[in-house]
Design a protein around this ligand. Structure first.
Ligand code: 0A1
Ligand code: ZN
Length: 876
């Protein structure tokens, strides 16, 4: 077999032929589904006559082929490794094909597959080529008419995109439904679902007064778990009208929940397909975090109807065009619906942990990559989350009003088209009159820019000099970087007054909270009329996706933590302060020196716990120590054991010093109102559970008893899971074991709860975590072909820092074994799962060798393009 070859953005050409209308007929059968396709084809006006027609196709058994009704002879077409080629095709014609496929054998979950008893599809990015021969590329947009034929008993429900226009019975217990989608779309937005499903229905009146029917389709036993998704959908629809002026454009909007799904959900036109974990909720089965995730994902997929579907991507290099913009839209929606500062803190702390690591590793790539082997490997944090940060910077640069005008211009100018990132940014430049040329580098340069900042207060002249130096590290294929345009929102906080001082730069007033623009490699900003010595508060709200270093003293940080007017930076100052203390303790642990707790951190926490704050959600975040993963991100070389020990030491020292405060906070936040996933309750629960985690960390008897009672009270899953996790992660197995047993027996019938049961156990720090994984892989609720199970058990274990990185290499070996197995079953999941091993360069020599050894063992296999691309990069 030849090695998979990369494809390049610079090779883009419009297709030789386009399809204007697509008629499909599916005759469903688990082992032999027949797909008839009639394509209305015409030559692309920008391409010369006489070029061959090329269609993509994989794993299809061709049964018939004809042009304008005339069957083609064997010499009139060629089946290739990747599809079908017709050398001589007319200018305009009808192409009929018939193929056979086997959904039940499809474990990759791309194309048409079976999940439980139902048929469903996943076509993004290149799954449609496993359904029929087609130009499977997003710049070919057609209207679709789809007839689905199934068995009345087994598939009473037959769904596809658009509106149902005809239905009827057929001989032999079969029936059909025909669907028409009037909006031209690329085939990656095609969807089909067939099975024994039940629906929950609601209605929505759009801003222009049109009535839309909303349906959520689920298996019967899940009928009671759709309320929150439905409410979220209606909120998202209203929000998109009010915020972006975007109205829904069909009479019917459907969501379907499926158990086997590679990702969170998919925005197929009019028929969104969701991983059941991203749509089903119930107070007793889903945590607050899950409720919020469902709200965000429902909104995300809905928002794609405009940012992605009506205006789509010209090619897959432009993936962030739809994903970055849509993530930005869902983030702002969630911020508007919940606590905005907490949403930002959560998003940024995830981003700085996971995206920074990606940007610093062997698979680093620009937000718009210029080549790839397998596009499935590019549904990444860089494309999604860094893409969203870029759109956020754009919004901040041009201001919301110009941004909204730019968005309106984009949607009206490109409606029904497949476009590029330049097209989007050009609309923003046009609407704002700003020059965004340098800004475009954010899309082409990989790596996280680092800024070294220094400040000096000039007492004599009342001036503050801020010197900024930027540098983007080399990334694979990009040794040299040009300076970025980095917007830095900042304030100068007076050390005497504790207030934001007025900012005057080059004689111009920026108010007390302003933005400066770093464009050069090095730039000095001199603020004048600064009446007292300040501490600078830099990159407020995480105004750019960069690492910003400033030589803050611990006193500065404690000051900012209490005085910064920017909530995000107050939180960040606390994180920085904790990180400095952790640094010392990590060093002490490595050197075998006694660990001593920094009293400044204890005092800062005492202050926090004392203050009557009205934002409990923010307080809960402030009381949460940086995660082991984030601490590791800050270290030149990761020492997993030292990091774990240091963090544990800080946590226990705080718990011992402030035990009564934590207990009081816990008690003040126990509520007995019926569960609702609303911000105030969520805030109280998270504050209470953070406090409890401190008490349990020192095995305080009262704390342990509170956790036990909270578990038994069984009030809602947030509290139950928090208590269960604390017990299982403590060393009190006599409490943990019965709790796990009760929980596992109670929820054996519910796959989404069992996922949580798996994750809680295998993420415990005790040394039996790996043995538990092995044991649980034989549990009847586990299955290697279900991505949620793989993520819950194997994925969660790979995040268990101390145990995955065991020095005997058993953690690495286990992961590699599973990757090898999944490489055959589900390449997309396999290549995601291998990620932790690709970060081998970050660890000590012993671990490096062990991790590399496993990567090399994987390389010996016959690899899918997905895994091949990742392994090659990791070992390069
Ligand atoms: N467009 C979806 C993400 C998605 C991508 C690929 C998938 O299958 C291989 C599934 C979903 C989104 O952004 O939600
Ligand atoms: Zn998306």
């Amino acid at each position: 077999m030849s090695e998979p070859q990369p494809i390049h953005l610079s090779d883009y050409r419009p297709p030789a032929y386009r399809v204007t209308h697509t008629e499909l007929t599916f005759d469903l059968d688990p082992s032999a589904t027949r797909v008839k396709a009639r394509l209305h084809v015409e030559r692309h006006p920008e391409r010369e006559a006489g070029e061959p027609l090329e269609l993509d196709g994989e794993q299809l058994a061709l049964k018939a082929i004809a042009i304008d009704g005339q069957p083609l002879g064997d010499d009139e077409y060629a089946l290739t490794e990747s599809g079908l080629r017709i050398e001589r095709a007319p200018e305009r014609f009808l192409l009929d094909t018939e193929v056979e496929i086997a959904p039940e054998a499809n474990t990759a979950l791309e194309g048409l597959y079976q999940s439980g008893g139902m048929f469903c599809t996943q076509c993004e990015a290149e799954g449609f080529r496993r359904i029929t021969f087609y130009p499977d590329r997003p710049d070919v947009m057609a209207t679709f008419s789809t007839t689905v034929i199934g068995r009345l008993d087994r598939e009473p429900v037959l769904l596809s995109n658009g509106n149902p226009v005809e239905r009827g019975e057929l001989p032999n217990g079969r029936h059909f439904v025909t669907w028409e989608d009037p909006h031209p779309k690329p085939c990656y937005l095609f969807a089909l679902v067939a099975g024994d499903l039940e629906k929950v229905e609601d209605r929505f009146t759009t801003m222009s007064g049109r009535e839309v029917t909303l349906q959520i389709w689920v298996e019967e036993e899940n009928l009671g778990k759709t309320d929150h998704a439905m409410a979220s959908l209606k909120r998202a629809m209203r929000w998109d009208e009010e915020t972006y002026g975007r109205e829904y454009d069909l009479d019917l909007f459907m969501i379907v929940a499926v158990n086997d799904f590679n990702m969170g959900a998919m925005e197929n036109k009019g028929l969104n397909i969701f991983n059941s974990a991203a749509v089903l909720t119930h107070p007793h089965t889903a945590t607050d975090a899950a409720f919020q995730r469902v709200e965000g994902i429902v909104a995300h997929e809905y928002f794609h109807n405009w940012s992605g579907n009506r205006v789509t991507c010209r090619d897959w290099f432009q993936l962030s065009l739809k994903e970055g913009f849509t993530v930005f839209r869902d983030q702002t929606f969630s911020a508007d619906t919940n606590s905005a500062p907490v949403k930002r803190i959560e998003d940024v702390s995830f981003f700085r942990t996971a995206q920074f690591a990606e940007d610093a590793g062997p698979t680093a790539h620009p937000v718009r990559p210029d080549h790839y082997i397998e596009i499935g490997n590019f549904y990444t944090l860089t494309i999604y989350e860094k893409g969203a940060e870029i759109v956020r910077m754009l919004r901040n640069l041009v201001g919301w009003e110009a941004f909204r005008r730019g968005s309106d211009l984009y949607f009206s100018r490109f409606d029904g088209q497949a476009v590029t990132i330049e097209d989007f940014v050009a609309c923003m430049a046009e609407a704002s009159g700003q020059d965004l040329d340098q800004f475009m580098r954010w899309y082409s340069q990989a790596g996280t820019p680092e800024i070294d900042a220094h400040g000096e207060y000039d007492y004599a002249n009342g001036a503050y000099r801020l010197l900024l130096r930027q540098r983007t590290p080399a990334t694979p294929g990009q040794p040299d970087k040009a300076p970025q345009h980095i917007p830095i929102r900042l304030g100068l906080v007076g050390t005497k007054s504790g207030r934001d001082l007025r900012l005057t730069l080059d004689g111009e007033s920026l108010g007390t909270d302003g933005v400066i623009h770093l464009r050069e490699e090095e730039q000095e900003f001199v603020f004048t009329d600064v009446e007292e010595a300040p501490v600078p508060s830099l990159a407020r709200g995480f105004s750019a996706p960069v690492k910003l270093n400033f030589p803050y003293s611990r006193e500065d940080l404690a000051f900012l933590q209490t005085h910064d007017s920017d909530g995000f930076n107050r939180w960040d100052a606390g994180q920085r302060l904790a990180l400095l203390a952790l640094d010392d303790l990590i060093a002490a642990h490595r050197n075998g020196v006694e660990k001593v707790m920094d009293p400044r951190v204890v005092e800062a926490f005492r202050e926090l716990l004392k203050r009557e704050t009205d934002d409990k959600a923010v307080l809960a975040e402030m009381l949460t120590l940086p995660s082991e993963a984030y601490i590791a991100e800050q270290q030149p070389l990761v020492d997993v054991d030292a990091i774990h020990a240091a963090r544990q030491f800080v946590k226990q020292s705080l718990a011992m010093a402030l035990r009564d405060d934590f207990l009081r906070v816990y008690q003040e936040n126990v509520g007995d109102a019926p569960y609702a996933p609303e911000p105030e309750q969520i805030a109280a629960r998270s504050l209470k559970n953070v406090a409890l985690s401190y008490l349990v960390s020192i095995e305080d008897e009262e704390g342990i008893e509170l956790a036990r009672r909270q578990f038994e009270a069984d009030h809602n899953m947030t509290d139950v899971r928090a208590a269960l996790t604390l017990l299982v992660h403590s060393s009190r197995d006599e409490l943990a074991d019965p709790a796990l047993r009760t929980f596992g027996e109670k929820w054996a019938h519910d796959p989404l709860v069992m996922d949580q049961w798996f994750s809680v156990q295998v993420s415990r720090p005790q040394s039996d975590a790996l043995e538990r994984v092995k044991f649980l892989m034989d549990h009847p609720a586990f299955s290697l072909t279900n991505p949620n199970k793989v993520r819950a058990l194997i994925g969660a274990f790979a995040q268990n820092r101390v145990n995955f990185h065991r020095l005997d290499g058993e953690g690495y070996r286990l992961l590699a074994d599973v990757v090898i197995e999944l490489n055959r079953l589900n390449p997309e999941i396999a290549s995601r799962l291998v990620t932790p091993l690709t970060r081998w360069r970050r660890f000590d020599e012993t671990r490096q060798e062990l991790m590399k050894g496993e990567l090399e063992r994987i390389r010996e296999e016959k690899l899918s393009p997905n895994v091949y691309e990742v392994i090659e990069k990791a070992l390069a």
